[in-house]
Design a protein around this ligand. Structure first.
Ligand SMILES: Nc1ncnc2c1ncn2[C@@H]1O[C@H](COP(=O)(O)OP(=O)(O)OP(=O)(O)O)[C@@H](O)[C@H]1O
Ligand SMILES: [Mg+2]
Length: 314
């Protein structure tokens, strides 16, 4: 049974917390007590706000938290995160978390980083509840939510440096939301700093996009070392998989693919993302590729990837 706080319920339905309280008072929304804390059932909310939930379903099982990490810049972390999220959100409840001060994921999903009054920065630094910064950026994908970021987040590394358990902040912020989503997708910045550490510490799985044109085995080995260290505090991180991005028919791409397969074995996705100018175009148009050009072959790659993700055991 999925239970939500009043604030979470309000965020999910796009109404004020006051409205939720009123519905509880007038009896149309049963209150469930968890200790002293008042909660409501997700299924009762869905009954009360059918429009919000139409076409959507309630989370089917434990939430999977996928971090997109590679300290190398420009390998496809953000485009994979945004487009996989859009593909998954056709049939699942998905929360995207932009953990990169560049705010590229926020933009790719249609929001304007500079227009956001509160962002992940306020969650990590001021412990603002996540639902306060969560928006639904794309009307065409009502199952897709976003906790956005902008340049404010750039000072997080520095400001958190002396804090106790500083790598746990995101994990703690997500904890109350694991019952509300099927998938939480976290886009990491191109570094192994504190923001990426927060994402890895919150994750149950890591996806490592690898650029088939400029593969660096040494870079991936360093990421794997960091992940091994994170596993000591996050034993729930069960799987790390590589994804071939910008794949084409060149010898280089095929050599890199063979090398990745040797290194990752079953943990290399069978799906790969081909090189396509439409991916950049979609990002510039602030739309996920499956919405921008559903018939583009690369959009099909993301759908194939989403099927593989859905069916794989974490
Ligand atoms: N398969 C692809 N084909 C063509 N262009 C791509 C492909 N994947 C990504 N790109 C483009 O490459 C650029 C970098 O991609 P993206 O922003 O997803 O990488 P990133 O790893 O998130 O970068 P950063 O490390 O800066 O966060 C973008 O302009 C994107 O549109
Ligand atoms: Mg990025």
């Amino acid at each position: 049974m999925s239970l939500l706080s009043f604030a979470e319920a309000a965020a999910r339905c796009g109404v004020s917390e006051m409205t939720i309280r009123r519905r509880v008072r007038d009896g149309s929304l049963p209150e469930i007590k968890v200790g002293a804390r008042p909660r409501v059932r997700l299924s009762d909310l869905a009954r009360l706000y059918p429009d919000v939930f139409s076409g959507a379903r309630l989370p089917a099982g434990p939430c999977r938290v996928l971090a997109f990490a590679n300290q190398k810049g420009g390998v496809g972390k953000t485009s994979t995160c945004a487009n996989l999220a859009a593909a998954l959100a056709r049939s699942a409840l998905v929360l995207c978390v932009d953990c990169d001060p560049q705010g590229n994921l926020t933009q790719a999903l249609g929001a304007h980083p500079d227009h956001l009054e509160v962002t992940l920065y306020n969650v990590l630094l001021e412990r603002l509840p996540l639902e306060r910064v969560t928006i639904r950026p794309l009307p065409a994908l009502p199952n897709l939510s976003l906790a956005g970021a902008n340049l404010d987040l750039a000072s997080a590394d520095h400001q958190l440096a002396g804090a106790v358990a500083r790598e746990m902040r995101l994990r703690q912020a997500l904890e109350a939301h694991l019952t509300a989503y099927d998938y939480i997708l976290i886009d990491c910045p191109p570094s192994l700093g504190l923001l990426t550490l927060n994402a890895l510490t919150a994750a149950t799985e890591v996806i490592v996009p690898v650029d088939m044109g400029v593969f660096s085995l040494r870079g991936v080995a360093k990421l794997m070392d960091t992940i091994a260290e994170v596993r000591a505090v996050n034993p729930g991180l069960t799987r790390v998989r590589a994804l071939s991005n910008r794949a084409d028919n060149t010898n280089l791409s095929q050599d890199v693919s063979a090398e990745l397969a040797r290194g990752f074995g079953d943990d290399l996705f069978r799906a790969s993302i081909r090189r396509s100018v439409r991916i950049g175009e979609a990002q510039a148009a602030r739309l996920p590729l499956p919405l921008y050009r559903p018939k583009d072959p690369a959009a099909q790659d993301f759908l194939d990837l989403s099927e593989e993700v859905r069916h794989a055991q974490a």
